[in-house]
Each structure stands twice: as C-alpha cells, then as structure tokens.
Design a protein around this ligand. Structure first.
Ligand code: FES
Length: 128
C-alpha cells in the first residue's frame, strides 16, 4: 500500500540540485534532473555520507564525503568507493506539492563485481 508524504514544494528544488528532505522522520535525498524529481535514501552505502548534501553530476548524485556516485533514477552505484546501491522511492507531483511514497522503497540488484565492471571502459589504459 502506498504512503505518500509531502516533502517539499516544486519551487524549492531547481533542476540540477539535490537536497535533504524529511518524510515522517526519515531523511531522503531529493534530486531534480531536468525538472524530473527522484528520491533516494540519504545515507551513502560506503560510509553513511549525506547524499542530499552532495552534487548532481549527469544523472547521478555524488557523495560529499568520498565521491561515490549513485544513479538517482535507480540508486545503482556508478562510481566507487561505494559498491552497494541505495534505495529509491516513487515521487509524485500534485500541483506545487512534491510527494514521496515512503512505502515504495526499492533496492536495485547490483553486485560489487558489476560495479567494478561498470567503471572499466574499453580502451582504458591498463585494460587487457
Ligand atoms: S561515505 Fe559516501 S563515498 Fe564515502
């Protein structure tokens, strides 16, 4: 069952920004990618850094502590040192209200080996 909670107003978060919001006592990172909003757990899986205090780079949020990056759409790791994804939540906009369904927590399947493979690129020095 859904449990949508208002966490912000649409105008609170310009495109390309991320911030911490509270939903029933739970800290979430709310990100705006080109006008589309995404919510993730605010706790970096590397060492607990506050993702909502990080920066948006492309489609990911960079942890302010050691630079791990997570895809804000899926929670998957796209840059070390984190190797485990963060949970994501459904977001809905109703007029000016931004609502997060705190019952929709979902965690992508991603192994550490997958993370390591993801960061290697063909032709990279040392590959092969
Ligand atoms: S706590 Fe986030 S990268 Fe280390």
């Amino acid at each position: 069952m859904s449990e949508f909670v208002e966490v912000a107003k649409v105008g609170d978060l310009p495109p390309g920004q991320v911030r911490v919001v509270m939903a029933k006592g739970k800290r979430l990172a709310l990100a705006n990618l080109g006008g589309q909003l995404f919510a993730l757990d605010d706790i970096c899986t590397h060492d607990g850094g506050p993702l909502g205090e990080g920066e948006i780079l492309d489609e990911s949020v960079e942890c302010p502590r050691h630079g791990a990056r997570f895809d804000v759409r899926t929670g998957r790791v796209v840059a070390l040192p984190a190797v485990r994804p963060v949970a994501v939540y459904h977001v809905r906009v109703e007029g000016e209200k931004v609502l997060v369904d705190i019952a929709s927590r979902s965690l992508a399947q991603q192994s550490a080996a997958d993370v390591l493979a993801h960061r290697r690129r063909p032709g990279q020095a040392g590959a092969g």
